[in-house]
Ligand binder design. Sequence first.
Ligand code: NAD
Length: 736
Amino acid sequence: MAYTNFTVETDADGIGLVTWDMPGRSMNVFTVGVMDELNAIIDETVADKAIKGVVITSGKSSFSGGADLSMIKSMFSFYQDEKAKDPATAAQKLFDLVGRMTGLFRKLETCGKPWVSAINGTCMGGAFEMSLACHGRVVSNAKGVKIALPEVKVGIFPGAGGTQRVSRLTDAQSALQMMTTGQSLSAARAKAMNLVHQVVEPDQLIPAAKQMIKEGLKPVAPWDERGFKAPGGGIWTPAAAQLWPAAPAILRRETSGNYPAALAILKCVYEGLQVPFDTGLKIEQRYFTQVLQTTEAYSMIRSLFVSMQELGKGARRPAGHPKTELKKVGVVGAGFMGASIAYVTAAAGIFVTLIDRDIEAATKGKTVSEGLVKDSIGKGRFTNDEGAALLSRITPSIDYADLSDADLVIEAVFEDRDVKKAVIEAVEAVLPAGAVFASNTSTLPITGLATNSKRPADFIGIHFFSPVEKMMLTEVILGKETGDRALAVALDYVAAIKKTPIVVNDTRGFFVNRCVLRYMSEAYDMLSEGVPAAMIENAAKMAGMPVGPLALNDEVAIDLSLKILKAAVADLGDKAVDGRHMQLITRLVEGEGRFGRKNSKGFYDYPPKPAKKLLWPGLKDLYPQKKADEIDVNVLKQRFLVTIALEAARTMEDGIVTDPREADVGSILGFGFAPYTGGALSYVDGMGVKAFVGLCETLAEAYGQHFNPTALLRDMAAKGETFYGRFDPYGVKTAA
Ligand code: NAD
């Protein structure tokens, strides 16, 4: 039989080789069509008496990325539609739907003929769950092969038998660790955990897989054998008595109870190990059905998978401009940011001229790349040759004439209008027609900087975040006169360096910093109310923020906060800044010399390593301290999330951000806004705008005007709208 996504060939030994190779896709994924075909292949190979066993592999460089999450997204719509029609049976129908993959893999496992998964490249999620249902697993030791069940990262969990099979192959602790973190395993680690049978050289993969069948591999899973015992003996053992009472507490410490999918993994494993395998599968199917109905799963899949992919693929790229293959990029300013921008650019195969005021500074900028390359070689990410090639693409210089063939120049010089003006003029004197000039400024409006340019249509902001090599986000900022072509080039560049862009209009602080400032300001308010600093930091983390606001302020630098406050007063008047904030930050910087991590003195003290940072004890002497039991930690958590979400809503209202996907993805990738919410606007949509407005009003009464809901939010609440409805990214955009 002919298939669209697979080929099936049988060799002289009667071993069928099933090769998964989906046409028109760079990666194999499970779709409904793939499941239908796999089902038919199982039937075909069982019926064919000449076939003794089957090896399944991939025709692509990776094995598979797992389930097509768009398919999972469509399950949400299915459920919503069914619920509207008949709520009583909607969950049952969803339950049946999610059981499809579980049933298919169980059919494979019990088909009576041996199957071996020959994992030639990265194998994720549903594809690894399928491999776990095979009777043998052989993995190539090719560089970069990763095995993972990463579903928890997008709010779901391995729901096609993964929780039951992994916990019956490896000890429960390792199983929980793997699935609740979504960590990637190397082939060797997967073998050490007993999740795969063999790790072989790439060219030995198929022969080794076939050999397992020739040697009489039994077509029976260990758990289908009589007397099977889970590794470590299951739940009722002394070792398990150590693990299980602590496991929920550890999970709570790591997730603050914010991730229903992570908790469901724990339940699936704990409950599943106490019952026969098929009952375990049913338990998993029930929890999976429950998790799919949560707001967290819906919002996380939308933002962290669908929207992130769409933005990465250029959802905001203007049509009608051919893709730019950037060959050479100039970076002016080889300091903290410029040096790393040069690195990520060269890592994308682009030549870089790295300019500073003198050759020593430019060369010093390149040493940053040398350090990063050395690290990557040490970690096995690059070969020596790849590292050398990357470095050979970076040329330090002081000569602007070297930019005469650049496609794009990014300036990262001092945050000073005059210095930037001189650089813009010097660059434009040599820059070829059609090349684009980008500023990495964090605070100066792009429209203002562009007044120094003779070609403002080719002038744009590309705002990186530090550390540049790790942060996945860039903000692309449009000045008033920025043209579509400059935007297209900037987005082509961001795609080349494999970052996710959000496109925002010009404003003080753009999108990310506007929101981050609110986060830190709320902490200043709390400090001045006498909330103990430790409680502030912990409440923020319990709300799902990766870094407390005071620790974050130390990273950003407190003297920079003072500069920003002073600039706001200078430009907008005294009222632009809360007097308590100015007092606190002035006291820390000018009174106490506390600048943040950079001078080892900020909200925290930074003793020499390996000692850990500690909150500065002097903080409690700045304001009379409240007692912990006078403070409602839930309110502290809400204040952080609400103040940021409100600012995100204001950026939509002001037309700074026009697409809710960008506010959501930008808030998660830019400053780690509680990922389980799906981002700052999904947080509002998730609870409902009406409820959010009510919450804002309550907080405004107790904690100040800055919590007042905006006119847009009130209007949306009255009309029962959501951000994704009103600013539908897929439909015609409605002006606010
Ligand atoms: P930095 O002081 O570390 O580096 C600035 C570099 O520019 C220095 O090497 C300096 O010698 C060089 N320079 C100054 N004048 C120059 C000139 N006329 N010609 C050539 N080189 C010149 O500063 P940084 O932290 O890298 O910041 C650079 C820019 O990036 C600023 O606009 C800043 O607002 C922005 N930014 C910084 C961060 C951050 O986290 N530090 C984040 C995003 C954006």
